[in-house]
Design a protein around this ligand. Structure first.
Ligand code: F6R
Length: 251
Protein backbone atom coordinates (compact mmCIF):
# COMPACT_ATOMS: atom_id res chain seq x y z
CA UNK A 1 0.00 0.00 0.00
CA UNK A 2 1.36 3.39 -0.98
CA UNK A 3 0.14 6.52 0.74
CA UNK A 4 0.78 9.75 -1.08
CA UNK A 5 0.02 12.87 0.89
CA UNK A 6 -0.54 16.01 -1.17
CA UNK A 7 -0.79 19.56 0.12
CA UNK A 8 -4.41 20.15 -0.87
CA UNK A 9 -7.40 18.97 -2.88
CA UNK A 10 -6.12 20.38 -6.15
CA UNK A 11 -2.72 18.69 -5.86
CA UNK A 12 -4.41 15.42 -4.89
CA UNK A 13 -6.64 15.65 -7.96
CA UNK A 14 -3.76 16.46 -10.30
CA UNK A 15 -1.65 13.61 -8.98
CA UNK A 16 -4.50 11.14 -9.49
CA UNK A 17 -5.24 12.50 -12.98
CA UNK A 18 -1.61 12.08 -13.91
CA UNK A 19 -1.71 8.43 -12.83
CA UNK A 20 -4.87 7.75 -14.85
CA UNK A 21 -3.44 9.57 -17.87
CA UNK A 22 -0.29 7.43 -17.71
CA UNK A 23 -2.44 4.30 -17.50
CA UNK A 24 -4.42 5.33 -20.61
CA UNK A 25 -1.27 6.19 -22.55
CA UNK A 26 0.26 2.84 -21.62
CA UNK A 27 -2.93 0.97 -22.51
CA UNK A 28 -5.41 2.92 -24.67
CA UNK A 29 -8.04 0.16 -24.15
CA UNK A 30 -7.92 0.60 -20.37
CA UNK A 31 -10.89 -0.53 -18.33
CA UNK A 32 -11.51 2.09 -15.66
CA UNK A 33 -13.69 1.78 -12.58
CA UNK A 34 -15.15 5.18 -11.73
CA UNK A 35 -16.62 6.80 -8.66
CA UNK A 36 -18.97 9.74 -8.12
CA UNK A 37 -19.35 12.18 -5.21
CA UNK A 38 -17.44 15.36 -4.38
CA UNK A 39 -14.01 13.75 -4.11
CA UNK A 40 -13.27 12.83 -7.76
CA UNK A 41 -14.65 16.09 -9.22
CA UNK A 42 -11.19 17.67 -9.35
CA UNK A 43 -9.75 14.52 -10.92
CA UNK A 44 -12.38 14.58 -13.68
CA UNK A 45 -11.78 18.28 -14.24
CA UNK A 46 -8.06 17.68 -14.68
CA UNK A 47 -8.65 14.72 -17.02
CA UNK A 48 -10.94 16.94 -19.12
CA UNK A 49 -8.15 19.52 -19.24
CA UNK A 50 -5.67 16.87 -20.38
CA UNK A 51 -8.14 15.78 -23.09
CA UNK A 52 -8.64 19.36 -24.30
CA UNK A 53 -5.07 20.60 -24.07
CA UNK A 54 -2.88 17.55 -24.37
CA UNK A 55 -4.93 15.20 -26.51
CA UNK A 56 -5.47 12.52 -23.88
CA UNK A 57 -7.55 10.00 -25.80
CA UNK A 58 -10.41 8.14 -24.09
CA UNK A 59 -11.90 6.74 -27.29
CA UNK A 60 -10.76 3.17 -26.64
CA UNK A 61 -11.43 3.12 -22.89
CA UNK A 62 -14.26 1.27 -21.22
CA UNK A 63 -15.62 2.47 -17.88
CA UNK A 64 -17.70 0.89 -15.16
CA UNK A 65 -19.16 2.98 -12.37
CA UNK A 66 -19.18 1.70 -8.85
CA UNK A 67 -22.76 2.40 -7.98
CA UNK A 68 -26.11 4.05 -8.61
CA UNK A 69 -29.05 5.02 -6.42
CA UNK A 70 -32.04 2.77 -6.71
CA UNK A 71 -35.27 4.47 -7.71
CA UNK A 72 -33.85 7.35 -9.73
CA UNK A 73 -34.24 7.53 -13.49
CA UNK A 74 -30.97 8.12 -15.39
CA UNK A 75 -32.33 11.61 -16.19
CA UNK A 76 -32.83 12.52 -12.52
CA UNK A 77 -30.38 15.37 -11.78
CA UNK A 78 -28.95 13.49 -8.79
CA UNK A 79 -28.58 10.13 -10.49
CA UNK A 80 -24.99 9.03 -10.92
CA UNK A 81 -25.75 8.68 -14.61
CA UNK A 82 -26.43 12.44 -14.77
CA UNK A 83 -23.41 13.11 -12.56
CA UNK A 84 -21.04 11.27 -14.86
CA UNK A 85 -22.39 12.93 -18.01
CA UNK A 86 -22.34 16.40 -16.51
CA UNK A 87 -18.94 16.18 -14.84
CA UNK A 88 -16.99 13.93 -17.17
CA UNK A 89 -18.43 11.99 -20.10
CA UNK A 90 -19.97 14.96 -21.95
CA UNK A 91 -16.59 16.67 -22.02
CA UNK A 92 -14.32 13.90 -23.32
CA UNK A 93 -14.27 11.53 -26.31
CA UNK A 94 -15.48 8.43 -24.52
CA UNK A 95 -17.80 6.13 -26.44
CA UNK A 96 -21.13 6.09 -24.54
CA UNK A 97 -21.60 2.44 -25.58
CA UNK A 98 -18.60 1.59 -23.44
CA UNK A 99 -19.46 3.51 -20.28
CA UNK A 100 -21.46 1.37 -17.93
CA UNK A 101 -23.37 2.62 -14.90
CA UNK A 102 -25.45 0.26 -12.77
CA UNK A 103 -29.16 0.44 -13.53
CA UNK A 104 -30.98 2.38 -10.81
CA UNK A 105 -34.38 1.30 -12.01
CA UNK A 106 -34.41 -2.26 -10.78
CA UNK A 107 -37.48 -3.33 -8.86
CA UNK A 108 -36.30 -3.97 -5.26
CA UNK A 109 -39.02 -6.61 -4.89
CA UNK A 110 -37.95 -8.59 -7.98
CA UNK A 111 -35.10 -10.55 -6.41
CA UNK A 112 -34.56 -12.78 -9.43
CA UNK A 113 -34.43 -9.78 -11.78
CA UNK A 114 -31.88 -8.08 -9.52
CA UNK A 115 -29.75 -11.22 -9.38
CA UNK A 116 -29.73 -11.56 -13.17
CA UNK A 117 -28.90 -7.88 -13.66
CA UNK A 118 -26.07 -7.86 -11.10
CA UNK A 119 -24.54 -11.00 -12.61
CA UNK A 120 -24.74 -9.34 -16.02
CA UNK A 121 -22.85 -6.29 -14.70
CA UNK A 122 -20.12 -8.51 -13.25
CA UNK A 123 -19.90 -10.45 -16.52
CA UNK A 124 -19.51 -7.28 -18.57
CA UNK A 125 -16.51 -6.33 -16.42
CA UNK A 126 -15.03 -9.80 -16.95
CA UNK A 127 -15.73 -9.68 -20.69
CA UNK A 128 -13.64 -6.51 -20.93
CA UNK A 129 -10.79 -8.31 -19.18
CA UNK A 130 -11.40 -6.93 -15.68
CA UNK A 131 -10.79 -3.49 -14.24
CA UNK A 132 -7.30 -2.09 -14.77
CA UNK A 133 -7.83 0.65 -12.20
CA UNK A 134 -10.63 1.32 -9.76
CA UNK A 135 -11.00 4.85 -8.43
CA UNK A 136 -12.51 5.02 -4.96
CA UNK A 137 -13.68 7.69 -2.57
CA UNK A 138 -14.30 6.85 1.07
CA UNK A 139 -17.40 7.52 3.15
CA UNK A 140 -17.02 9.15 6.56
CA UNK A 141 -18.23 5.78 7.87
CA UNK A 142 -15.50 3.93 5.95
CA UNK A 143 -17.66 2.72 3.06
CA UNK A 144 -16.30 2.16 -0.46
CA UNK A 145 -18.78 2.15 -3.30
CA UNK A 146 -21.99 1.80 -1.31
CA UNK A 147 -20.58 -1.11 0.66
CA UNK A 148 -21.66 0.08 4.06
CA UNK A 149 -20.07 -1.10 7.34
CA UNK A 150 -20.70 -4.81 7.82
CA UNK A 151 -20.60 -5.57 4.07
CA UNK A 152 -19.02 -8.91 3.29
CA UNK A 153 -15.51 -8.83 1.90
CA UNK A 154 -16.72 -11.54 -0.49
CA UNK A 155 -19.60 -9.43 -1.83
CA UNK A 156 -20.29 -8.89 -5.52
CA UNK A 157 -22.56 -6.40 -7.31
CA UNK A 158 -25.86 -6.28 -5.46
CA UNK A 159 -28.41 -4.03 -3.76
CA UNK A 160 -27.47 -2.41 -0.46
CA UNK A 161 -29.54 -0.47 2.02
CA UNK A 162 -27.89 2.88 2.70
CA UNK A 163 -27.14 3.74 6.31
CA UNK A 164 -28.65 6.80 7.97
CA UNK A 165 -25.13 8.30 8.12
CA UNK A 166 -24.60 7.96 4.35
CA UNK A 167 -28.06 9.37 3.62
CA UNK A 168 -27.38 12.29 5.95
CA UNK A 169 -23.99 12.92 4.30
CA UNK A 170 -25.56 12.86 0.84
CA UNK A 171 -28.62 14.96 1.75
CA UNK A 172 -26.58 17.97 0.59
CA UNK A 173 -27.34 16.89 -2.97
CA UNK A 174 -31.07 16.44 -2.25
CA UNK A 175 -32.22 19.88 -0.98
CA UNK A 176 -30.61 19.03 2.39
CA UNK A 177 -33.59 16.76 3.00
CA UNK A 178 -32.71 13.21 4.03
CA UNK A 179 -36.22 12.08 3.06
CA UNK A 180 -35.36 12.81 -0.56
CA UNK A 181 -32.24 10.61 -0.48
CA UNK A 182 -32.92 7.12 -1.87
CA UNK A 183 -32.81 4.32 0.68
CA UNK A 184 -31.15 1.74 -1.56
CA UNK A 185 -28.38 1.57 -4.12
CA UNK A 186 -26.89 -0.95 -6.56
CA UNK A 187 -23.18 -1.23 -5.90
CA UNK A 188 -20.19 -3.26 -6.98
CA UNK A 189 -19.26 -5.54 -4.11
CA UNK A 190 -16.03 -5.49 -2.16
CA UNK A 191 -14.75 -8.59 -3.97
CA UNK A 192 -15.57 -6.91 -7.31
CA UNK A 193 -13.50 -3.88 -6.27
CA UNK A 194 -10.66 -6.05 -4.97
CA UNK A 195 -10.42 -7.82 -8.34
CA UNK A 196 -9.26 -4.58 -9.97
CA UNK A 197 -5.57 -4.72 -10.83
CA UNK A 198 -4.99 -1.38 -9.13
CA UNK A 199 -6.93 0.67 -6.58
CA UNK A 200 -6.63 4.42 -6.29
CA UNK A 201 -8.40 5.71 -3.20
CA UNK A 202 -8.82 9.46 -2.87
CA UNK A 203 -9.70 11.35 0.29
CA UNK A 204 -9.77 15.04 1.06
CA UNK A 205 -10.68 17.13 4.07
CA UNK A 206 -10.84 16.81 7.85
CA UNK A 207 -14.18 15.01 7.76
CA UNK A 208 -12.44 12.02 6.15
CA UNK A 209 -9.42 11.96 8.48
CA UNK A 210 -10.82 9.45 10.95
CA UNK A 211 -12.10 7.12 8.23
CA UNK A 212 -8.69 7.23 6.52
CA UNK A 213 -6.93 6.46 9.78
CA UNK A 214 -9.20 3.50 10.50
CA UNK A 215 -8.88 2.26 6.92
CA UNK A 216 -5.09 2.17 6.77
CA UNK A 217 -3.86 2.07 10.37
CA UNK A 218 -6.67 0.13 12.01
CA UNK A 219 -7.43 -3.58 11.94
CA UNK A 220 -8.97 -5.00 8.78
CA UNK A 221 -12.62 -5.23 9.61
CA UNK A 222 -15.91 -5.50 7.77
CA UNK A 223 -17.05 -2.63 10.00
CA UNK A 224 -14.59 -0.43 8.07
CA UNK A 225 -15.03 -1.66 4.49
CA UNK A 226 -12.17 0.52 3.18
CA UNK A 227 -9.72 -1.32 5.48
CA UNK A 228 -9.72 -4.14 2.90
CA UNK A 229 -7.41 -2.00 0.74
CA UNK A 230 -4.63 -3.14 3.10
CA UNK A 231 -4.95 -6.57 1.44
CA UNK A 232 -4.69 -5.29 -2.13
CA UNK A 233 -1.30 -5.78 -3.82
CA UNK A 234 -1.55 -2.51 -5.77
CA UNK A 235 -3.42 -0.01 -3.62
CA UNK A 236 -2.48 3.65 -3.71
CA UNK A 237 -4.05 6.23 -1.45
CA UNK A 238 -3.78 9.79 -2.66
CA UNK A 239 -4.96 12.05 0.11
CA UNK A 240 -4.56 15.65 1.13
CA UNK A 241 -2.99 16.90 4.35
CA UNK A 242 -6.33 17.35 6.08
CA UNK A 243 -7.42 13.80 5.33
CA UNK A 244 -4.01 12.62 6.59
CA UNK A 245 -4.22 14.66 9.80
CA UNK A 246 -5.16 11.75 12.09
CA UNK A 247 -2.48 9.35 10.81
CA UNK A 248 0.09 8.29 13.40
CA UNK A 249 2.52 6.31 11.27
CA UNK A 250 5.08 8.30 9.31
CA UNK A 251 3.86 7.40 5.81
C1 F6R B 1 -19.54 7.13 -5.05
C2 F6R B 1 -19.15 6.19 -4.01
C3 F6R B 1 -19.00 6.57 -2.59
C4 F6R B 1 -18.24 7.88 -2.39
C5 F6R B 1 -18.15 8.23 -0.90
C6 F6R B 1 -17.48 9.56 -0.68
O1 F6R B 1 -19.60 6.51 -6.31
O2 F6R B 1 -18.98 5.06 -4.34
O3 F6R B 1 -18.35 5.54 -1.89
O4 F6R B 1 -16.95 7.75 -2.92
O5 F6R B 1 -19.43 8.28 -0.36
O6 F6R B 1 -18.29 10.56 -1.21
P1 F6R B 1 -17.77 12.06 -1.34
O7 F6R B 1 -16.67 12.03 -2.33
O8 F6R B 1 -18.96 12.83 -1.86
O9 F6R B 1 -17.32 12.48 0.01
Amino acid sequence: MRVIIQSDYQEMSKYAAHMIAEQIKRKPQSVLGLATGSTPLGLYKELIRLYENEGLDFSKCTTFNLDEYLGLTPQHPQSYDSFMKENFFNHINIDPRFSFIPNGQLDPLNLQGIKIYCEWYENEIQKEGGLDVQILGIGANGHIGFNEPGSSFGSRTRIKTLTEKTRQDNARFFDNNIDHVPKYAVTMGIATIMDARQLILLASGNNKALAVKKAIEGPISAMVPASIVQMHPQAILIIDKEAASELEYDW
